[in-house]
Design a protein. Structure first.
Length: 277
């Protein structure tokens, strides 16, 4: 599964472009029910700096890599960062690294190219651009976000999207971790005067606190719906029947093409509820 979105949202098409003073999105040509308009590859730099950072090179697609090279122009790509290792975000990393001669940094060593990695609390500085690394597991085990304090922006990968909601990819992702990550991002945005969410798919969002709060409220509402459907003795039943019942009653409006993703989210909800009876 290459995409991460559930359900497909509505709204104006997104084509990328500049957001604030330090970010520009180069949109990958991989639109679909799970990726919205495509994967957002973010080029980050201080105004007039000669060095840039690229976040999430996207799919291994030659035209997209050439578009990134054109966007960078005469500047130097100092580092390539991954919010996580899913293919729609990371498959093009090696080809881009070969093209621009830059290392690839990620939380998961399997996705790194070079000696550097990323960990929660790291602070990167590239030609005056400051990026703080924030661990945001939940969608996947290796999910990271990046905070640009100068703009009050959050690069969120698939943890917060510009439209719709994110799949918690059970068992790799866990709902408890995801809720904790959302609370952390909300508090970070509230404490730093956040101005933008720069997501992995969909349009940039101008109010990070409101966006993340809406995500938390959506998750709590879904959990309440699931609890109402399950009753009190559901854990004694066959799990497949429980999953199908929740899908039928809570996710009835989800299009067929994203029902496999919905099933993953339901399994994550059930695991969360088992741990919190």
């Amino acid at each position: 599964m290459t995409g991460r979105l559930l359900p497909v949202g509505t709204g104006s098409p997104w084509s990328g472009g500049p957001v604030g003073r330090r970010a520009r999105c180069v949109l990958a040509p991989n639109p679909g029910p799970m990726t919205l308009d495509g994967t957002n590859t973010w080029v980050l730099a201080e105004p007039d700096a000669t060095d840039v950072v690229v976040v999430d090179p996207g799919p291994d697609e030659r035209g997209h890599l050439e578009a990134l090279r054109t966007e960078v122009g005469e500047r130097q790509v100092a580092r390539i960062l991954l919010t996580h290792g899913h293919p729609d975000h990371a498959a093009g990393a090696r080809a881009l690294a070969d093209l621009v001669h830059a290392p690839v940094l990620a939380l998961d060593p399997a996705h790194r190219l070079g000696d550097e990695g990323l960990a929660d609390g790291d602070v990167l500085e590239v030609a005056g651009l400051v990026l703080a690394v924030v661990a945001t597991p939940g969608h996947s085990r290796d999910s990271l976000s990046f905070h640009l304090p100068a703009d009050g922006s959050l690069v969120t990968g698939d943890t917060v999207l510009g439209r719709g909601t994110t799949v918690v990819e059970h068992p790799e992702g866990t709902l408890g971790d995801y809720l904790d990550s959302l609370r952390r991002l909300r508090d970070l945005a509230a404490g730093s005067g956040g101005s933008w969410v720069l997501p992995g798919h969909g349009p940039a969002l101008a109010d990070p606190v409101a966006a993340v709060t809406a995500y938390l409220e959506h998750r709590e509402a879904r959990l309440a719906q699931v609890r109402a459907v399950l009753g009190t003795t559901w854990w004694q039943e066959d799990e497949e029947r429980v999953v199908e019942r929740v899908l039928a009653e809570v996710y009835a409006d989800v299009p067929a093409e994203v029902r496999p993703a919905a099933r993953l989210s339901v399994r994550a909800q059930l695991a969360y509820l088992r741990a919190r009876p």
